[in-house]
Design a protein around this ligand. Structure first.
Ligand code: NDP
Length: 316
């Protein structure tokens, strides 16, 4: 089933459903990507250097037989690479076996020490994350603009950027407005204000962890469950369809063929069935005492997001 598309601020279109690949084991992600493209109609894959599976994502793409030109492929610049964007991008392109990305994102607005004690998560002697606090995110962005100008990527965007960081640290200095902001966004963290702000700036919101990530508490939600029963769909379909109905690009991860297929089909079916009143009801669920963040790595830096309770500490 083909996913509808949303226009980005560069004029290109992005399919509203993409396959997530975080925590997909290398040996599983090859089949997941191949199946998603060949059998389930996905045309959008979300990956990242930090997920340690880009090579296998590339292999899955090749095995699917779907032409590269039909696929919207996103990857992300890791935090230890802010000082060398083009070299990091080249590594990602080589991993994926492609000569361009459709979208390249700054994974977090944080520069971790590239010469620290770990290639991905360097720490200081006291155990805290080795963040280069003097680094200006505008210097990362200027390099993102340069790889865009060179044609190595078709769009650039950000991830985990709050309204404060966009307003104060990025937009005043940007020549190119980010095409998207990929953030944690789901029934229990609907980011209503941020979504409104992003839309006002022409930045497309992308929802990560739309199902509530690993061992999701969202799948048991009563309101989503009641709507699932009413429309003879699954709770997962309602969680995904709720976001699609709001024109939010949604990135469910699965390595299970049945769920890969049902996620795209169910999301599109639910988005059609949910009424304006249903969506308003779902918008209110978090505020009824269920608001939470699922993903909040211990950066030790205030990123300008509301300080909601966190379900699991120390995730990336
Ligand atoms: P999701 O909300 O997509 O949930 C994934 C989990 O739900 C997995 O355990 C999966 O297991 C399970 N699942 C998938 N489909 C169903 C279903 N229909 N019913 C029940 N369970 C299901 O979590 P993620 O945190 O992975 O987020 C999605 C994607 O967003 C990531 O993979 C990544 O691409 C991106 N992301 C980006 C981040 C960023 O910082 N920019 C941070 C986090 C995620 P199984 O595979 O066995 O089906």
């Amino acid at each position: 089933m083909a996913s509808p598309k949303i226009k980005l601020n560069n004029g290109n279109e992005i399919p509203i459903i993409g396959l997530g690949t975080w925590q997909s084991k290398p040996d599983e992600v090859i089949n997941a990507v191949e199946y998603a493209l060949k059998e389930a109609g996905y045309r959008h894959i979300d990956c990242a250097w930090a997920y340690d599976n880009e090579k296998e994502v590339g292999e899955g793409i090749r095995r699917s037989g779907v032409p590269r030109s039909e696929i919207f492929l996103t990857s992300k610049l890791w935090c230890t690479h802010h000082g060398r964007v083009e070299a990091a991008l080249d590594e990602t392109l080589a991993n994926l076996g492609t000569d361009y990305l459709d979208l390249y994102l700054v994974h977090w607005p944080i520069h971790l020490n590239p010469n620290g004690n770990h290639p991905k998560f360097p720490t200081r002697p006291d155990g805290s994350r080795d963040v280069l606090t003097d680094w200006k995110i505008r210097d990362t962005w200027a390099q993102m603009e340069a790889v865009l100008a060179k044609g190595k990527v078709r769009a650039i965007g950000v991830s985990n950027f709050s309204e404060r960081i966009l307003e104060q640290d990025l937009l005043p200095y940007a020549k190119v407005v980010p095409a998207v902001n990929q953030v944690e966004l789901h029934l229990y963290n609907p980011q209503l204000k941020l979504v409104e702000y992003l839309k006002s700036k022409g930045i497309v919101p992308q929802a990560y962890s739309p199902l509530g990530s690993t061992n999701s508490p969202l799948l048991e939600d009563e309101t989503a469950g009641a709507l699932a029963k009413k429309y003879e769909l699954s709770p997962a379909d309602i969680l995904l369809g709720y976001l699609v109905a709001k024109d939010i690009v949604t990135l469910p991860k699965s390595v299970n063929p049945k769920r890969i297929k049902s996620n795209i089909e169910g999301a599109l079916a639910a988005a059609k069935k949910l009424t304006k009143e249903d969506v308003e009801k779902l918008d209110g669920v978090a505020a009824s005492g269920k608001q939470m963040r699922l993903i909040q790595p211990p950066w030790g830096v205030d990123l300008g997001f509301d300080n909601w309770p966190v379900r699991v500490q120390g995730r990336d």
